[in-house]
Design a protein around this ligand. Structure first.
Ligand code: GLN
Length: 326
C-alpha cells in the first residue's frame, strides 16, 4: 500500500485503505505513542483524539483499555502509516486536526486540510453573537435574510449561521479555491449546501450584485501583524495558511478594507460583525467611527474575557444625515 504524504501530512488516495488490527496491537501502539508525546511535549490527549477519529473508539474505552481484548479493530490506516502520521505530529508539529482531516467546532465535525485555518473555539461565539443580534433587530424589510461570510475558509461560520437561521441565505466568499472546495464539501456533508452560495474572490468583490441588500456580514479576517507570525506556535506558523492569518504590518489591513467597503453592501441597520485580536479593540472602534457609515459600535469579549469581537450596524441614511448636519 502506498503511503505518500502531502505537505500537510494528510495522505494521498492510495494510502486511504482501511485496515484491520488487533486490540493488542493498537493498545501497544497507543502506549508507545503516549510515551513519545510526553517526550516531545505534545499533549497526550491528542493520542486518544486521533484514535477516536481514526478507529472510532470512544475516549473512555481508550483510557480504560477496554479495546485491548478486541480481536479486530477497523482502523483508517495501517499501523505503520499511523506511526508515520504521529511522527509528523511530533517532529514537524503538524496539528492533529490536519492529520485526521477533521476538526470539531460547535457540534460540527468539519473536514479540514492545510488549505484552511483550523476553526478556533473562540470563533464559536461569533455565531451566538450573530444569532442574538438577528433576534434583536427587526429586519428592515421582509424577505429572506441574506448574510455574507467573508473569508469563509472551512466554511465554519457560514455553516453555523445557516444551521441556526433556517430562513437565511449565506453568501460565503474566499479567495482560495482549495479552501472553497473544503467549505463546499462541509456544506454538502451537513446538508446545508442549498442555503450557502460559494464565491471565489476577495472580500465583497464577487458580491457586487448584492450591493445594499445584505442583512449582515460576518468575518474572521487575518488579523495577526506580519511581524508576530513567526512567534506563533509552530503548529500555527509552520502549517496553517498565512493567507488566513497575516493581517499586514499592524494586523489591520483586512479589517480596514472590510470597514471601508461593507457600508455599500449592508442594508440600513445591517450588522457588521468580525473577530479581532486582543489589543485591537480601540483601533477598530476608531476606524469604524471615522468611516462614518456605522452606528451602535460595540466590542465584545470571548469566553476568556478577551476583547475579541467588533460589532456595528450600518447607519440609516437619516441618522447619517443628522450626523452630517450636527
Ligand atoms: N485566532 C487565530 C490564531 O490565534 C488567528 C485567526 C485570524 O487571524 N483571524 O491563530
Amino acid at each position: 500500500m502506498g503511503s505518500s504524504e502531502t505537505k500537510d501530512g494528510s495522505l494521498t488516495q492510495n494510502s486511504l485503505a482501511w485496515s484491520l488490527v488487533s486490540g493488542q496491537e493498537l493498545w501497544q501502539w497507543r502506549l508507545d505513542a503516549l510515551k513519545m508525546a510526553t517526550t516531545a511535549g505534545v499533549p497526550s490527549k491528542e493520542v486518544d483524539w486521533l484514535l477516536q477519529e481514526l478507529a472510532g473508539i470512544d475516549p473512555l474505552a481508550l483510557r480504560l483499555g477496554l479495546f485491548k481484548a478486541r480481536e479486530q479493530i477497523k482502523l483508517r490506516y495501517s499501523l505503520p502509516v499511523l506511526s508515520q502520521l504521529w511522527q509528523h505530529r511530533l517532529r514537524e508539529r503538524c496539528p492533529v486536526q490536519y492529520l485526521a482531516g477533521v476538526a470539531h467546532w460547535r457540534h460540527f465535525s468539519l473536514r479540514v486540510s492545510s488549505a484552511v485555518l483550523i476553526p478556533r473555539p473562540e470563533t464559536e461565539c461569533l455565531i451566538d453573537l450573530a444569532i442574538e443580534t438577528i433576534r434583536n433587530i427587526p429586519t428592515p424589510e421582509l424577505g429572506p435574510r441574506q448574510w455574507a461570510d467573508l473569508g469563509t475558509g472551512s466554511g465554519a461560520i457560514a455553516l453555523g449561521l445557516a444551521e441556526a437561521e433556517p430562513s437565511a441565505i449565506i453568501h460565503a466568499v474566499d479567495c482560495s479555491a482549495p479552501a472553497l472546495a473544503i467549505a463546499q464539501q462541509n456544506a454538502q456533508k451537513l446538508g446545508l449546501a442549498e442555503r450557502i452560495k460559494f464565491y471565489q474572490g476577495f472580500w465583497w468583490e464577487p458580491l457586487e450584485h448584492l450591493k445594499g441588500q445584505l442583512n449582515g456580514m460576518v468575518a474572521n479576517p487575518p488579523y495577526i501583524p506580519s511581524g508576530l507570525l513567526s512567534q506563533l506556535q509552530p503548529e500555527v506558523y509552520c502549517h496553517e495558511p498565512h493567507l488566513a492569518l497575516d493581517g499586514g504590518s499592524d494586523g489591520l489591513d483586512c479589517i480596514r478594507e472590510l470597514i471601508a467597503t461593507s457600508g455599500d453592501y449592508l442594508r440600513p441597520g445591517g450588522v457588521w460583525l468580525i473577530e479581532i485580536m486582543a489589543g485591537q479593540a480601540t483601533a477598530v472602534t476608531e476606524l469604524l467611527q471615522q468611516q462614518g457609515s456605522y452606528c451602535q459600535i460595540q466590542i465584545l469579549p470571548d469566553l476568556a474575557g478577551i476583547e475579541r469581537f467588533a460589532i456595528a450596524q450600518r447607519a440609516t441614511p437619516k441618522a447619517l444625515g443628522k450626523r452630517a448636519q450636527g
